[in-house]
Design a protein around this ligand. Structure first.
Ligand code: 3H9
Length: 676
């Protein structure tokens, strides 16, 4: 047993082989059962061991499975809860499989940028059939205890141990022992089917090399002898393991789980009970936030100042759910259950029983002050008071109350019912049990939560400001918005910076810059975005921003007047435009994120580098296969990142002071280290 999911690390592999040997040496044993103690049969190879010496040490998973297959006594896998990756490969190497109902069975390696490397691509098609197996391997998705995979499905998990033992006794004398490797493996359409599969996979998995290799491996199962197929699979597995895409996906898997851990908040910190939630504000944000809790079966009371605002908010929530109904993503009864959990009020006094209240009102400190004073007055002792602010000082907000220990920032990203990221902003006084509670509730509402300290913009928006500033300089120097966006989208961003500005509303950045012009008069900005806003081109909401938009559509249509506005401004500054490569665009934008992130880490605003990667992947559309800005910087090499920054600092139209590498970055680069 290796908690939490019986990952097949070295000690577990050795344990299985030792156990098998003991059982085979013991004359009193007639057959053998392998199962997993705790909450899983096995979650597969130990991902944390990848890239370390242990993963290479014998017995490797191949040797373990060979020992099982070659056991002179029958070996039965007793499968429950989770049977994934190497865990399923081990089970397929056993002579028999007995399973409990409702367990998750998968070969999810593709999600880590690799393929099943311990015979999964060769054995699964022999049991399930080629098409079903390939679908499972290429998607990595779990199926529920699939009959065909198992010799026996028991009635309930509680009966698994006794039933598996009885089954093992019933087959004790069966010889020869059945081996999956001896089953035939063919597809009636042969080459034509695999060509079709290749085309499908190619279209769906741009930038991800593993899925196409899965097709190759399964095809090999139909064409080669079993032992040759295994060797071929092994070669593909090792090659994929070294790709930057796999490194990034594995980084992200661990980063996402690490994000929920806060260094000074132990996992056994008591949590407060959250049975009812209140949301202040029924606008787009408030409504989206409410939906998250309704979806998780938690009742929500929404407060507004006027009945019309409440009616509008409810209508928007209904419209969103109805769209899901139409697409078949939601069933009518679920919709009704969710709407029944929603109630409204115009009075703060009605909120007093909520365990968690989230404020989503206008982003102005005076407005927040009024709200938090009211909440302090009405909320029951021990209730958690959260602000959805994206820019304001959470410490200041906490001090509007007499219970700053109960106040926390919960920064949802728009649309709040869709975006996975939740920045949890920890104030100076925020209590540890409040943090533990909101991290747990985040998981319940299916958000990926990352803790940020208090600073202007927290982790995500503080970094994006530097990214946006570089975008502005690029326009001044010779780019069009379209060129910058295309370069970033080719790099893999869901949206380039100008399309993103149009989506978020250019007026938001304008308001922040106006503040900066007085707070930080030395900070250099391009004026183009201000000129754009002066024309009222706020983005999609006004039908015009950096691009034009047709009502009801989100396609960005380049606008000649905007391009002329940029050219005129450039001319007024006496700048001769130059041709800027896509590589320079990508480096300047991404390394701007990286440098600011290094300050954020140094100041302790983020707990760890991987948290920043999680923020950018789940909140800002950074490409998954690049693993986040800091993982990308590690891949490029921090020395190379610093060299590029030194080059950018020499550009008189850029901001030399900004390009001075943050001390942490300079130190890591000089020591040949990474952000990890
Ligand atoms: C493989 O098998 C390669 C072979 O084909 C060939 C080899 C030669 N290893 O997700 P959770 C940890 S590749 C190590 O929050 P859940 C996880 O890090 C592997 N650790 O729980 C976390 O630890 P911590 C193929 C693992 O209930 C804890 O378990 N297998 C592994 O929501 C809880 O995780 C996969 O890709 C692992 N394999 O979901 C399976 N798996 O608390 C990936 C989990 O310290 N795993 N952990 O941060 C999953 O899909 C989910 O974790 C699982 C549980 C469904 C198992």
């Amino acid at each position: 047993m290796t908690p939490p999911v019986n990952g097949l690390g070295l000690s577990t592999r050795q344990g299985i082989v030792d156990g098998l040997n003991r059982a085979n040496d013991d004359a009193a044993v007639t057959s053998i059962v392998i199962t997993g103690a705790g909450g899983a049969f096995s979650g597969g190879a130990d991902i944390k061991e990848f890239g370390t010496d242990k993963s290479l040490q014998e017995p490797n998973l191949h040797s373990v499975i060979a020992a099982v297959e070659n056991s002179p006594k029958p070996v039965v896998a007793a499968i429950h809860s989770v049977c994934m990756g190497g865990g399923l490969e081990l089970a397929l190497g056993c002579h028999y499989r007995v399973a409990a109902p409702g367990c998750s069975v998968a070969l999810p390696e593709v999600k880590l940028g690799i393929l099943p490397g311990a015979g999964g691509t060769q054995r699964l098609p022999r049991v399930l059939g080629v098409e079903a197996a390939l679908n499972m391997i290429v998607s990595g998705e779990a199926i529920k205890s699939e009959q065909k995979l198992f010799d026996k499905l028991v009635a309930s998990p509680e009966e698994l141990a006794a039933e598996a033992l009885a089954f093992a006794q019933s087959v004790a004398d069966v010889r020869p022992l059945p081996l999956v490797r001896n089953l035939p493996c063919k597809h009636p359409q042969g080459d034509a089917y695999f060509q079709f599969a290749r085309n499908m996979v190619k279209g769906m998995s741009k930038n991800f090399p593993a899925p196409a290799k899965c097709v190759d491996a399964v095809e090999a199962a139909t064409k080669r002898k079993f032992a040759d197929g295994l060797l071929f699979e092994r070669e593909l597995f090792i090659n994929l393991m070294w790709t930057p895409e796999s490194r990034s996906l594995r980084h992200l898997f661990l980063a996402e789980r690490a994000a929920s851990k806060i260094p000074d908040v132990p996992s056994d910190t008591p949590k407060r009970d959250i049975k009812a939630v209140a949301v202040i504000g029924a606008g787009t944000m408030g409504g989206g936030i409410a939906m998250n809790f309704l979806n998780a079966g938690i009742p929500v009371k929404m407060l507004e100042m006027k009945q019309e605002a409440l009616d509008r908010g409810i209508a928007t929530i209904q419209k969103n759910y109805e769209a899901q109904l139409k697409k078949g993503k939601l069933k009518q009864d679920k919709y009704e259950q969710r709407m029944a959990l929603l109630s409204t009020t115009l009075s703060y006094d009605d909120l007093k029983d909520a365990d968690l209240v989230i404020e989503a009102v206008f982003e102005e400190i005076g407005v927040k002050e009024a709200v938090f004073k009211e909440l302090d007055r009405v909320m029951k002792p021990g209730a958690i008071l959260a602000s959805n602010t994206s820019t304001l000082d959470v410490n200041k907000i906490a001090n509007f109350t007499k219970r700053p220990q109960d106040v926390v920032g919960l920064h949802f990203f728009s649309p709040a019912n869709v975006m996975k990221l939740l920045e949890v902003v920890r104030g100076d006084a925020t209590a540890k049990d409040v943090l533990a509670t909101v991290m747990a509730i985040a998981k319940k509402i299916k958000k990926t939560a990352v803790v940020s300290g208090v600073c202007d913009g927290f982790i995500g928006n503080r970094m994006i400001e530097q990214y946006g500033r570089q975008g502005g300089f690029l326009l001044d120097e010779g780019c069009t918005p379209e060129q910058v966006d295309k370069a970033m989208e080719k790099f893999g961003m869901a949206m380039g910076p100008f399309r993103m500005g149009d989506l978020a509303g250019n007026d938001i950045g304008w308001a922040i810059r106006k503040r900066r012009y007085t707070e930080k008069p030395d900070m250099k900005y391009s004026k183009t975005a201000d000129l754009l806003c002066e024309k009222g081109r706020y983005g999609q909401k006004t039908g015009a921003g950096w691009y034009d938009y047709v009502p009801g559509k989100r396609d960005a249509i380049p606008n000649a007047e905007v391009v002329k506005m940029i050219e005129d401004h450039r001319a007024s500054l006496g700048i001769t435009p130059r041709k800027i490569s896509d590589e320079e665009i990508v480096q300047r934008l991404v390394f701007a994120l990286v440098n600011e992130a290094a300050y954020i880490l140094e100041e302790g605003i983020a707990n760890k580098a991987s948290d920043i990667d999680v923020v950018y992947i789940f909140g800002y559309g950074f490409p998954v296969y690049r693993g986040g800005p800091l993982n990308y910087a590690n891949e490029v090499g921090l020395f190379n990142v610093v060299q590029a920054m030194n080059r950018f600092a020499k550009n008189p139209l850029d901001d030399a002071a900004f390009w001075k590498p943050a001390p942490l970055l300079a130190k890591l680069a000089a020591e040949g280290k990474t952000f990890n």
